[in-house]
Design a binder for this molecule. Structure first.
Ligand SMILES: Nc1ncnc2c1ncn2[C@@H]1O[C@H](COP(=O)(O)OP(=O)(O)OP(=O)(O)O)[C@@H](O)[C@H]1O
Length: 342
């Protein structure tokens, strides 16, 4: 079932904060990750889709039905939040069966369905436990089973992994993704963890100040960010100002570099984005876009070393990653200098 937001705007009462003219579509079975800095409107977007906040303008359409005036419980949406929010006085099984009870599904059927879902999330043997006896990761899996038990029209995940430690998070990330795909659940996932977004999502939507800056596949948003704000938020990079000096040539102030300048006229001011993995250490002396300098701070990451490389006059170091840091020069292939117009 597809989910469409069409020019959705919302202000919290007495405030200018909220969402501003956000349009996006989530296709049936698609997982769209919503990212953005703190206060950018991620949770607000989810609450509007869920119906927990009301009074927006524009349309929220689920499977062809405009939900804008539909109360929370009639939207038939599954939700998983950061805080596990399980009912502590109910067993694991009864937690999962809860939504079915509200929908008046008979006892035998809802117990069977809840047990099936617990099996799917790998907690089949925990049905009779109290929720307090579960780890954080297990509680989040119960929350996911509970959200899916009602056969929801859409699934909303609000930072479902952020309270968990890194080792559990990585594993659960894969598990949630595979269950989401198995159920073909149309899903919005809010996360502040951009790696989580890139790994899990079919597409990533970036919000800032209540506005949608870009929605694109993980690869597209990483390799072709629509603006400086997106480039700075998604992945590591070095971003420097430059001017078009001639077709295919950039004046960086400290050097002239070859780059794909497109149809931009002479003198156009741009910013140049370079990803760490695109910086080649110690190129041949006659290499294109060779920059001499010296290595600064280094962080050993196992297979790779991440390091700063200082080029005189650049104003800030280039952030690079390679098996070994550069000794005296780096080079950046012209196609890896990404020009940002705003
Ligand atoms: N109940 C509220 N009343 C007034 N303003 C609010 C309310 N809830 C959130 N806001 C404001 O709306 C904006 C968007 O908040 P929201 O919680 O959606 O951001 P977020 O991207 O989810 O942030 P975070 O990553 O910190 O959770 C922020 O400026 C926030 O201060």
């Amino acid at each position: 079932m597809s989910l469409l937001l069409d020019s959705v705007s919302y202000n919290y009462p007495g405030s200018t904060h909220g969402l501003h003219d956000v349009s996006l579509d989530v296709r049936t079975g698609e997982l769209v990750a919503v990212i953005g800095p703190s206060g950018s409107g991620k949770s607000t977007l989810l609450k509007l889709v869920a119906g927990l906040e009301t009074g927006h303008t524009g349309r929220i359409v689920l499977g062809g039905d405009d939900m804008s005036r539909t109360p929370v419980h009639q939207r038939h949406i599954g939700m998983v939040f950061q805080s596990y929010a399980l009912f502590p006085h109910l067993s694991v099984l009864d937690n999962v069966a809860y939504g079915l009870k509200l929908r008046k599904v008979d006892t035998a059927e809802r117990r069977q369905r809840a047990q099936e879902l617990l099996d799917i999330v790998g907690l089949g043997d925990f049905a009779q436990r109290a929720t307090a006896q579960l780890s954080g990761g297990q509680q989040q899996r119960v929350a996911l089973a509970r959200a899916l038990a009602i056969d929801p029209r859409a699934l909303l995940l609000d930072e479902p992994l952020s309270a968990l430690d890194a080792s559990v998070r990585g594993h659960l990330r894969d598990q949630i993704r595979s269950i989401q795909q198995r159920f073909n659940a149309t899903t919005l996932l809010v996360t502040h963890d951009q790696e989580e977004a890139l790994v899990m999502a079919d597409r990533v939507a970036m919000l800032k100040d209540g506005r949608l800056l870009q929605i694109a596949t993980p690869r597209e948003i990483y390799e072709h960010p629509a603006s400086r704000a997106v480039a700075e938020f998604v992945g590591l990079s070095t971003i420097l100002p430059a001017k078009v000096a001639a077709p295919g040539r950039l004046d960086m102030g400290f050097a002239e570099l070859f780059a794909e300048t497109g149809t931009r006229p002479f003198g156009t001011a741009v910013h140049v984005l370079v990803r760490p993995e695109h910086i080649q250490p110690d190129p041949a002396p006659d290499s294109v876009n060779r920059l001499a300098g010296r290595t600064g701070a280094q962080r050993y990451l196992g297979a790779l070393t991440r390091y700063d490389f200082d080029v005189a006059g650049a104003g800030k170091p280039f952030l690079a990653e390679s098996a070994a840091p550069a000794a005296e020069a780096i080079a950046i292939a012209p196609e890896h200098l990404r020009l940002l117009d705003h």
